[in-house]
Design a protein around this ligand. Structure first.
Ligand SMILES: Cc1ncc(COP(=O)(O)O)c(C=O)c1O
Length: 406
């Protein structure tokens, strides 16, 4: 766990945290929605626009060369960050949602009617709807892995769903709505035995521990910059070179082509084949800065800090008679969801906000999960490296007081 001095130093790098909200110090517990940004990331955005703004890969002038070099250097940093085999495997996207849509669209021609795509009950809408749309386009069938009462994925049921018809398995590394960590190593190994491709939605994992895509053995791993201390509007599709090369391009335009004539167009190589148009240059550069920011710490210490804080939060919530925690998975990360008996989630959220405490209420873009749990929504507390035990104490005290009010 981080000691007090380290934590104070770390918090000072996030200027937004020192503000007052509703006359209280901000306690930001909505990190699964988006995390705050450290000064070095803000500076990286500023420096790019102030000093080297130019379009990439196109011009022969000095600024463009500098912008291109910073942009491609960011790709190298990202490749190292997730241990990709090559920078060619890093495709910049707008975020997790766009990365999943990219793959779903590119698979249109290789999926046949009757092929099967497996997802889980725990998925965010971003890892459901693109597959439904792919199924509608192709006649493929979407199969859903059910959950055990603990909210862990039912691996026995998953084994039964897998067959030689399975073409793709797409599951989240960590559930954004209730924090369940999925046994993705096992999920990937089993899928590979049937020859299916595997996409892992890493949106809620990437900020919390080191991800090694080669060790995982999946085909695609996707995540968003803004949930890991980077800016909005940038994210990553990592794909095995071989798997990416098998796909046709998605969007057409500049950058993704080698030659264009009215008679015929030939396409660029990886990664540019999937990056049509002017990219989010400042986004890529500053996301890479968020990655170097994270790796400047011992990531195991950061992970231990978050895990301890999450265990502390969960234990406090368990002691409150009117609070029901949702799920009891083998491994929970990032956050915990709960409801308060006889109280509306949104009332709890609003009253906490009056004390400067930011939590998320609602279905968390996981309506099928909520339906399976027979809930309309939950209250979710989600943590980041800068959260403190004192913040959790304040939150729990406020929640206790609310119980008497509502
Ligand atoms: C598990 C998961 N997948 C996908 C997404 C979509 O991410 P984005 O909106 O950044 O594209 C989110 C966002 O909350 C998420 O938590």
């Amino acid at each position: 766990m981080l000691n007090d001095i380290e934590l104070t130093d770390l918090r000072q790098q996030f200027p937004v945290l020192s503000q007052q909200v509703n006359d209280h110090p901000l306690i930001y517990l909505d990190n699964a929605a988006t995390s705050q940004k450290p000064l070095c990331v803000l500076e990286a955005i500023n420096t790019y626009y102030r000093d080297i703004n130019a379009n990439v890969h196109r011009a022969s002038h000095a600024l463009s060369a500098q912008a291109t070099s910073a942009y491609e250097n960011a790709r190298d940093i990202c490749a190292q960050f997730i241990n990709a085999n090559s920078s060619k495997e890093i495709i910049w996207t707008r975020g997790t949602t766009e990365a999943i849509n990219l793959i779903a669209n590119c698979l249109t021609t290789s999926i046949q009617a009757g092929d099967e795509i497996i997802i889980s009950t725990l998925e965010h809408h971003a890892n459901i709807v693109p597959w439904q749309m792919l199924a509608q386009r192709t006649g493929a069938i979407l199969k859903v892995i059910p959950l055990l009462p603990s909210t862990d994925i039912d691996i026995q049921a998953y084994k039964q769903l897998l067959s030689d018809k399975t073409k793709l398995v797409a599951v989240s590394h960590v559930s954004n709505a209730i924090g369940t960590v999925n046994p993705i190593e096992e999920i990937i190994t089993l899928a590979k035995q049937t020859g299916a491709k595997v996409l892992i939605d890493g949106a809620q994992a990437i900020a919390h521990w080191q991800v090694d895509v080669q060790a995982l053995g999946c085909d695609f791993y996707v995540f968003s910059g803004h949930k890991m201390y980077g800016p909005t509007g940038i994210g990553v599709l990592w794909g095995k070179e071989e798997a990416l090369n098998q796909l046709p391009p998605w969007q057409g335009g500049g950058e993704m082509i080698k030659t264009v004539s009215f008679a015929q167009t030939t396409y660029n190589e990886l990664p540019f084949k999937f990056e049509a148009g002017t990219p989010n240059i400042a986004g890529a550069i500053s996301l890479a800065r968020a990655m170097t920011f994270l790796t400047s710490y011992d990531r195991q210490v950061l992970a231990a800090h978050e895990a301890e804080l999450l265990a502390y939060t969960t234990a406090q919530l368990e002691n409150m008679p009117r609070i029901k925690i949702i799920g009891a998975p083998h491994h929970r990360a990032g956050g915990v969801s709960f409801i308060m008996d006889d109280a509306h989630n949104s009332d709890v959220g609003m009253l906490l906000d009056l004390q400067g405490i930011a939590v998320r209420t609602g279905h968390h873009c996981a309506q099928p999960l909520m339906q399976s749990l027979n809930l309309s929504g939950t209250i979710r507390v989600s943590l980041a490296i800068y959260n403190t035990k004192a913040e959790i104490d304040f939150f729990i005290k406020a929640l206790n007081e609310l119980q008497d009010l509502l």
